[in-house]
Design a protein around this ligand. Sequence first.
Ligand code: PA5
Length: 448
Amino acid sequence: MTTTLKIDISKVFDYVPERLVFSRRDEAIKALKALYDKTGKGNDFLGWVHLPSSITDNHLSELKKTAHMLQNEAEILVVTGIGGSYLGTRAVDEALSHSFQPWLKKNDFPRLLYAGQNISEDYMAELLEILEDKSYAIAVISKSGTTTEPALAFRILREHLEKKVGKDAAAHRIVAITDAHRGALKQLADSQGYKTFVIPDDVGGRYSVLTPVGLLPLAVAGHDIDALVNGARAMEMATSPETAFENNPSALYAATRNTLYRNGKNIEILASFHHKLVWFAEWWKQLYGESEGKDNTGIFPASVNYTTDLHSMGQYVQEGMRSIFESVITVENPAKTLRIPHDEVNLDELNYISNKRIDEVNKMAELGTLLAHVDGGVPNIRISIPALTESSVGELIYFFEIACGISGYLQGINPFDQPGVEAYKKNMFALLGKPGFEELSRKLRNRL
Ligand code: PA5
């Protein structure tokens, strides 16, 4: 199993010398070993480290069987979850789907729509409007089984589906993906007889895309989950502690971004020149933001989509505060071919590029931007994959996950918890009048 992902860190050396990055070699490999040996912080949440290589064919078959059943029942699957129970699916689906999927005359597989990732009344009401005359199924996903946003959305969707098709048929079209034993969702699923899949205890939300959390909806949407997992497996092998630091893309990425951070670059922008990767960047932001933003430290993860954002954020990146570095995901080959036509009149003066592929223009924009930003004091890490395929995306996922674990340890924090997300929840519960929050409610109301 070989990997196709490549990383180029040479465009950071104007800012931090190569020897400084490589001086982190031992530290990075030690951090990686701590992930493997489970000796670091958060070591009860390391089930994802060997997840790709431990997924069995039986498990994949079971997922595909359920996916097939849902494909026969529904034209839409409403994926109901938030954070790590949502973003991985959306990232992969958007990366691999037709850009204009909703307008295709015919969809071979159910389309994924999302609920429970916000609390917008308009969003929910408009989703119900769409679902009214469509056949749909629901994948309700929550590891804790108690998260407010998906629980709320699921209560509404369940009532809607039951009214539409009847309680028994609805139960047949609902799949719950949750903890093996705990949580309200598990209890509800058992009491209603929903098909369930388990999120392993030792896999946290943002590292869970290769569990049923991501694999089931992605299989329903027609993506090749075997190839996705195989890509991740190949990357698991390529990034093991046995691989030399200079050949280990995740260790290199982690050490490079950590060196930049220690030398004043505290914002990382994930950029790509492919609109299909917009949601992949959202997944990446969650992975790194929730993992590293701790103890008043951590790189702030941001994202841009070029060339669109060269006409907005590009100005800031070129000439704003010099606290930024960029990591660019580049896709070597587009799936389709489109050439620029020749025009006899040439009023737009584009004949100098006639007959070239659009992607060649995109690539020159990418290289031109890279050099301009480096010249402007923005170091650049380049991560390239050959094409947007299941296998490449699987590689990318695991590459970023293991690098995030290494990075977190280099930073000295626990990359597998998220204590900070509780603060808003407590306030929201208090303001909503949840029993048990009366005292906090009074205090908060006095401040409003
Ligand atoms: O990464 C995480 O752990 C979080 O983003 C969770 O995925 C998110 O809060 C949703 O949690 P749950 O799956 O328990 O509903």
